[in-house]
Every structure is written in structure tokens, then in C-alpha cells.
Ligand binder design. Structure first.
Ligand SMILES: *[C@@H]1O[C@H](CO)[C@@H](O)[C@H](O)[C@H]1NC(C)=O
Ligand SMILES: *[C@@H]1O[C@H](CO)[C@@H](O)[C@H](O)[C@H]1NC(C)=O
Ligand SMILES: *[C@@H]1O[C@H](CO)[C@@H](O)[C@H](O)[C@H]1NC(C)=O
Ligand SMILES: *[C@@H]1O[C@H](CO)[C@@H](O)[C@H](O)[C@H]1NC(C)=O
Ligand SMILES: *[C@@H]1O[C@H](CO)[C@@H](O)[C@H](O)[C@H]1NC(C)=O
Length: 542
């Protein structure tokens, strides 16, 4: 009991003391409780304000809504093999750029720009719904266009450069406005791709150069190969013209060694050559202190600085292999082979014999070794093709299928998934229906490689095709630009259609096609491949 009463007593005394204190400060306390109520109400009010602000005033970070598929149709038009994707309206969904020429639909656009119809129209359509964001009328004829060029205009923005009629025109990717327009007489025969340089004229903006050569020229009728530099900010010519002393050049590309030294690769009828961009800038009287690759420079020609990378009389195409972690390599295609050149050691990693190829090889991860593998399409005659996947490490054939080919044969595409493999998409016609005029797109899942998912396509005459992610890590879709090709002067009886489809959307609309006709397809296998496609999660890195 005593134990129990003790704390009670203490409690009482304490209570007494407390009472005294509270009596003494009575006035203060009532003030205090008033303040408390006010504070409570105020904080309640603030709470509500925040809730309202977030729900009505401040926009929530909602993901943009998009249509799984959309079409943008232009009757009586012709189009060109060009598709670029960039975010122009800053909604985090990439938008699509293409170029067309038509007589009717764009008449007002042409007239508004003081141009006669038909004129060329470069347009950006919204990646979410295919609605046009802007249209830029330009004088015909069209020569080439490149988007994603940096350092353009006074603000050094990113945009598109179009070579058309007499002009080189820089277009703002956000508004479609013209940033500058300059005569292109110095590079009237200039060839794509243009060469991007860091700032050369000390205006703080990237600059560029255009290489001029005539791919039709032979060693009997040589045409000079010239490099002309331009300011990205103003479009004015800078430095002097550089005579690139090489004959028989038919293509070129820009390449960065694994040490970050920028080079220009020249494909000629006697093989592949490289020359340092820094050296070319110095020859033009512009200095930029660009890096050079020591091991390459040691083997370079004393006279013109050219590095012979691969002598061959039957060179066809060279592609940069963007490996994950591995040193930069080049994929070299000749009339009858595909080989991989390690650019650090300048040694050939492997070489595989092939027939003539129908399309540009495509990279993607097929096996698990992390090296980009290569999908090629060999011409096997009689409107047939053999599609193969070669191992990027050894050149061995990992997979193959025989299909009927088709007049317009778009390059296959691949999209990397989070599971370190890519899914591939290719075009053709299955053997099962020879009479059918229509062609199909096929989806290949490397872990279910005995089957393809085939979807009949309604597109005729595909001029350009691209598969890509339209948002970071999601929204894997493909774009098909079909219609009459402006370069082939075909009659425009059919409309130009740009369409976007989500890749997963095709899975349920397609039927299963067995890669080897001998093996029957079980229903289990069919449902598991569809299920595997539905489960795919995509990766940002390409
Ligand atoms: C797009 O056009 C194709 C061919 O005209 C048609 O089959 C398809 O249904 C269209 N898609 C949409 C979303 O309009
Ligand atoms: C070329 O650009 C100049 C300068 O902007 C312009 O005056 C001229 O009309 C353009 N020519 C064509 C054919 O677009
Ligand atoms: C590739 O072709 C070359 C020349 O035609 C030939 O000598 C070589 O044996 C072929 N290699 C293979 C693996 O078929
Ligand atoms: C091509 O097709 C024709 C007729 O269908 C056939 O006679 C010929 O043998 C085929 N050629 C090849 C190389 O398959
Ligand atoms: C072949 O194509 C025609 C026309 O599209 C179609 O009617 C027929 O059912 C197809 N046959 C097979 C076996 O797919």
C-alpha cells in the first residue's frame, strides 16, 4: 500500500505546484491557447492550400497519354527516305520529323512562305497522336537533310540542316523557324552525312563541315574531294577549303576512336582510309586542338596524313560498332564478306563469307555475351532472302531463316530490352502464301528463336522504317513512312502515310511462323512466345 501511495503523494504535490504556477500565469495561458487555435487553423489552412495546389494548380507529373497507333496521311504527295525522332514540344515523348512534297494539302503553307506549290515541307508530328506540331515550307528540289545538328543559330540550338534548291537552311527543331539560310554553292554536290566539329571559330558554338565528292566518278574522270567548313551560328563559310587528296571515294563517316580522337573515314574503291579531323581543321587554317590517335598517326602517310585501315577493291560499307565496354570496332562489308576490325590494334577479329546483302546490317543483342550481334539479309536469288544473325564476337551464324524478299526491303531494326537481349523486327514474306501480294513484318525474340511473329502489313512501298523507344525506357514503337518515293519520280497515285504502332500491339495481331518448316508448332510454344513479348521491358541504351 505504502508503495502504491507514494507516487500518488508525489503526484499531488506536483499537481499542487502545477496549480500554483498555472494560476500565476493564467492570463498568459489563455493568450497562448488563442495563439494555438490560430496556429492550428492556419496550419490546417496551409495543408488544404497545399492539397488544392497539388490537385488543381500545380500540374502533377503525369505521364503523357499517347495513342498506341496513329496515322498521318497526305494525299497526292511524294516523300523521301528520312525519319528522325526528337522531342520538340518537351513533353518527354519523342516527336517525328519527315519531309514531303505535295501539290494540294500544303498549298497554303507554300504560299505563306512566298513559294509556288508544290514546295517541300519539313514537318514535325507529335509522337503521342501524330498531329502536326509545325510545318516548314522550303523551295524544291530536296537534296539532303540532317537533324540533331548542334550549335545552330545565335543561341546555338539543336536543329535540322536541309540542303535544297540553292540553299542550306538551318531550322529550329522547337518552332520550325528558319535560323539562317545561306547559298550552298560552295557545296552544291555536298554529300551526307555532314561532319560535326567542336567550336572552330571561337564563337562558343559547334561548327560543321560538308564533304564534296562525286560517287559516280571513276579513276579516269576524277573529281576533287573537298571539305568546306561552316559556322554553326551563322552558316557562313569559315577557314579555307581543304582538298582531300584521295580518289575513288564513294562514302564517308565520322568516327571516334576509343581514346576519343575524332577521325573522318573515307570509303574508296581501293579500301578504307582514315584522316584526323584535327589535321583537316589545321589545313583549313582553323585550330581546335582536337585529339589524335597516336598508334594510327604512326602508320599514317607522311605526305597527306592518311591512315590505310583496310585495303580492299570490293569495299561496300563500313559501320561503327557501339560495343558495351569493348573497344570501338568497325564492321566492314565487301561484296562477299563481313568482317570486324578492332580499331585499337587494327587487327581483324573475324571474317565471314556472305552473298550480296540486300540491306544495311543491323546490330542487336542476340546471345548473352554482351557483344552486339549482327543481323544481315543475304540475297539468295528468285526473290528470296536468307536472314542471318552473326555473333559479334566470332562471326559465327547464330540464327537464320529463309523468307521471300520484296521490292522495297527496309533494313531490319532492333530494340534493346532490360534483359540484355534485343528484340528484332524485319520485313519480308513467308513462304506459306506465294500468291499473296502482301508482305509482312516479323518479330524475333532471341529466347524463342524457333518462332517468328508475323503480321500482314497494309503499307505499300515503304520508303523509310525505324523502330525505337519514344520515351525513356518505354513506349517501344515503330514508324513506317510509305508512299511514292520523291527520288524515283514515281507517280503519286497513292498517299504518303506516316504511321506509328506500338510493337507490343502487333503481338496479338500476328500469327506464329515456324523458322524451320519441318518442326510443327505446338500451342504451348505459341502462347509462351506471345507471353514473352508481352512481358518485355525496354532499355534506354540502344
Ligand atoms: C492506319 O492506316 C492503315 C492503312 O490505311 C489502317 O489499316 C490502320 O487501321 C490505320 N490506323 C489508324 C490508327 O488509323
Ligand atoms: C535562299 O536563301 C536566300 C536568303 O534567305 C533567299 O533570299 C532565297 O529566296 C533562297 N532561295 C531559295 C530558292 O529558297
Ligand atoms: C570464303 O571465301 C574465300 C574466297 O572465296 C575462300 O577461300 C574461303 O575458303 C571461304 N571461307 C569459308 C569459311 O567458306
Ligand atoms: C528460280 O525459280 C525458277 C522457277 O520457279 C526455278 O526454275 C529456278 O530453279 C529457281 N532458281 C533458283 C536459283 O532457285
Ligand atoms: C493466301 O492469300 C490469300 C489472299 O490474301 C488468302 O485468301 C489465302 O487464305 C492465303 N492462304 C494461306 C494459306 O494463308
Amino acid at each position: 500500500m505504502a508503495d502504491a501511495s507514494e507516487p500518488l503523494k508525489i503526484g499531488e504535490t506536483e499537481g499542487g505546484v502545477a496549480k500554483e504556477k498555472s494560476c500565476a500565469g493564467r492570463l498568459g495561458l489563455s493568450h497562448l491557447s488563442g495563439w494555438r487555435t490560430a496556429a492550428l487553423l492556419l496550419s490546417l489552412f496551409l495543408c488544404l492550400l497545399v492539397v488544392f495546389a497539388f490537385s488543381f494548380i500545380l500540374p502533377c507529373p503525369v505521364r503523357p497519354q499517347y495513342h498506341s497507333s496513329w496515322n498521318h496521311t497526305l494525299p497526292d504527295a511524294v516523300t523521301y527516305d528520312f525519319l528522325a525522332v526528337e522531342d520538340t514540344n518537351e513533353d518527354k515523348v519523342l516527336d517525328v520529323f519527315f519531309i514531303y512534297k505535295d501539290a494540294d494539302a500544303s498549298r497554303n503553307t507554300c504560299l505563306a512562305a512566298d513559294l509556288f506549290a508544290p514546295c517541300l515541307v519539313l514537318t514535325a508530328v507529335d509522337g503521342t497522336d501524330g498531329k502536326p506540331l509545325w510545318e516548314r515550307a522550303l523551295a524544291p528540289e530536296f537534296d539532303w537533310v540532317e537533324c540533331g545538328v548542334k550549335g545552330l543559330g545565335r543561341k546555338g540550338k539543336s536543329g535540322c540542316l536541309v540542303a535544297h534548291a540553292d540553299n542550306l537552311t538551318a531550322i529550329d527543331k522547337q518552332s520550325g523557324g528558319i535560323m539562317w539560310q545561306r547559298p550552298r554553292s560552295p557545296v552544291i554536290n555536298g554529300n551526307l552525312p555532314l561532319i560535326n566539329f567542336p567550336d572552330l571559330n571561337s564563337d562558343g558554338k559547334e561548327d560543321f563541315a560538308v564533304l564534296t565528292y562525286n560517287p559516280e566518278a571513276t579513276s579516269f574522270t576524277p573529281t576533287p574531294t573537298e571539305l568546306v567548313f561552316f559556322s554553326g551560328q551563322s552558316g557562313d563559310q569559315i577557314g579555307s577549303r581543304v582538298d582531300v587528296e584521295v580518289i575513288g571515294i564513294f562514302a564517308h563517316l565520322q568516327f571516334r576512336t576509343s581514346n576519343g580522337a575524332p577521325y573522318l573515314l573515307l570509303l574508296t574503291d581501293s579500301g578504307l582510309y582514315a584522316v584526323s579531323l584535327g589535321r583537316l581543321a589545321v589545313l583549313a587554317g582553323l585550330d581546335s586542338g582536337m585529339k589524335r590517335e597516336r598508334s594510327w598517326e604512326e602508320t599514317s602517310d607522311d605526305h597527306n596524313g592518311f591512315v590505310a585501315l583496310y585495303p580492299s577493291a570490293s569495299l561496300k560499307r563500313v559501320l561503327t560498332v557501339y560495343g558495351s565496354g569493348s573497344p570501338a570496332s568497325l564492321l566492314i562489308q565487301t561484296d562477299s564478306s563481313i568482317s570486324l576490325l578492332h580499331t585499337d590494334s587494327l587487327k581483324m577479329a573475324w571474317s565471314t563469307n556472305t552473298s550480296a546483302l540486300l540491306s544495311t546490317p543491323t546490330f542487336g543483342q542476340f546471345d548473352k555475351d554482351g557483344f552486339p550481334d549482327i543481323m544481315i539479309e543475304e540475297n539468295t536469288g528468285n526473290n528470296s532472302k536468307r536472314v542471318r544473325v552473326l555473333s559479334g564476337r566470332s562471326g559465327d551464324v547464330l540464327w537464320q531463316v529463309d523468307l521471300l524478299s520484296w521490292t522495297s526491303n527496309p533494313r531490319p531494326a532492333s530494340v534493346l530490352t532490360l534483359n540484355t537481349y534485343s528484340v528484332f523486327m524485319l520485313w519480308g514474306q513467308s513462304h506459306s502464301n506465294q500468291t499473296n501480294e502482301k508482305h509482312s513484318s516479323f518479330l524475333l525474340h532471341p529466347r524463342y528463336a524457333k518462332l517468328l511473329l508475323e503480321r500482314r502489313s497494309s503499307a505499300h512501298n515503304i520508303v523509310s522504317f525505324k523502330a525505337t523507344l519514344l520515351e525513356r525506357g518505354r513506349h517501344a514503337a515503330y514508324l513506317v513512312l510509305s508512299g511514292p518515293d520523291g527520288r524515283q519520280h514515281s507517280s503519286n497515285s497513292e498517299p504518303v502515310i506516316l504511321s506509328k504502332r506500338k510493337i507490343k500491339m502487333d503481338v496479338r495481331e500476328s500469327k506464329v511462323y515456324g523458322v524451320s518448316s519441318e518442326e510443327p508448332i505446338s500451342e504451348d510454344a505459341e502462347s509462351s512466345v506471345r507471353e514473352a513479348f508481352h512481358r518485355l521491358r525496354f532499355s534506354d541504351t540502344q
